[in-house]
Design a protein. Sequence first.
Lengths: 296, 228
Amino acid sequence: MSPRLSNQLAHTSSCSIWSFRHAIYRQVPVRTFGIRSLNPPKTSRFDVGPGLPVLKSSPTAALERKANTLPLRTGAIAIKKGMTGMYDAKSGKRIACTVLQLDRLEVVSHKTLQKHGYFAVQMGAGWRRATNLTKSLLGHFSANGVSPKRHVYEFRVKDESGLLPVGQAVNADWFKVGQYVDARSNSKGKGFAGVMKRHGFGGQDRSHGVSLTHRSLGSAGPSQGGGSRVYPGKKMAGNMGNEQNTIQNLEILQVDQVNGIVVVNGSISGPKGCVVRIQDALKKPWPRVAPVSKSS
Amino acid sequence: MANSSSILQQLGCFRSLVSRPNTMLQTPSVAGRRMLSTVWSAKPKPVPLPKELPEQFLAQLPHRMRPELAPKKRKIPRPPPGPACKDPVGEVVQRQLKKLDPFGKRRELFDYRRHARSVKPGDIIRVTFKNGDPFSGVVLSIKLRGVDTSVLLRNQLTRVGVEMSVKVYSPNVESVEIVQRTEKRKRRARLYYLRQPRHDIGSVENIVTKYLRQKRALTGGVKSNKKR
């Protein structure tokens, strides 16, 4: 969608050609995608010059800052199927593990520095009836030559070398046994929960004159000395769970390419059947793999 | 003033009452009074656009009917075939079991619902581990959970009740022997009542030592474990 001219501009159309063009440059907003500063720096002649540091508030500078903490390759969208146990080969100890499955995972599109301000791979998983999709999404999928997907997520990567070709399928063998991943998913929703369950408050006495407030919070804040108000961020009852949670450094225990199964050490937030996004662990060395695997 | 107006109003009402029969006569019949919109009429058949419409008339057509602005047909790729495995957890469990129990012996020994000669609640069994002492006790319950199948054993050590849950498929479990079967089939699957003092069997040490002595006599003093 092209930016609309404002009403003010419409009135100036009767002015001379020069003033009209000038008005356009002033009025039309500069479209920036992705990373955008809330307080954009105002260019001042005192800011730039020899011997002065280059300002670090541009998308390029932001990308440079994140260079060490962005994965080299994309992650995967998986479905949590359940948990089971395994026995460690050496110690014979039981390890709890989570079973994930990849379902028709394909690259849908790219986000690039030139166009969007950052590099990312948009992945899609599952399938969806074309009649159930909006026209805009349908156009997005068909333009990229990918079948309509149920789940679409982005995975940020460091640079162009991490951008897999659009339409390429990613299988379970994308991950190697023994490597570490970060898994992010939405936790189980608990609904409207009281302070004891939500924040671990102690509650109040069973007796000693307490009536009807055994599980409620005590005071919400100090009196006149503290400003006679409830401070922002006061822990109170409210909606609990169903918020994104990342679990870092989970080891990959098993990989089954035929069935798309990835078995991960430990537990992952969320109920069975929830969407889990797994990507190479940030706090471990990047896994050694071929730049782009040829398998489809 | 107010008096006269009220009188006039009444008169007006009276006049309307009087005039009503007149209007009734003038109204047409019920069928004729139907609203125009409810009358059924056939759906007009769409008139096809004249071919070779002059270009100056194209602007009058709605967008979808104009040849150059008509919506394009989208080509939507078909989804690739989904994963064949519908029960990934079961698949992983089966693969584990095949590795841990290749001949299905352990499964036969503990799947008490399907195998008559298996361990049953109430039996006394002796479990030897790869590392550590053997443990023997009464089977309180058998939890059949795939790889996580476990047996709860109860015994008394130094007159203190001790319970131990043994993962059946664990590679640390070297062998399992049935020391004594229950005389009578227990009518419960979980014998948690054995924890009550009046039902507690107590130490099974005597029974186990007797069994071991018998076994040693039969096998000719060679120390070996019946592995199942």
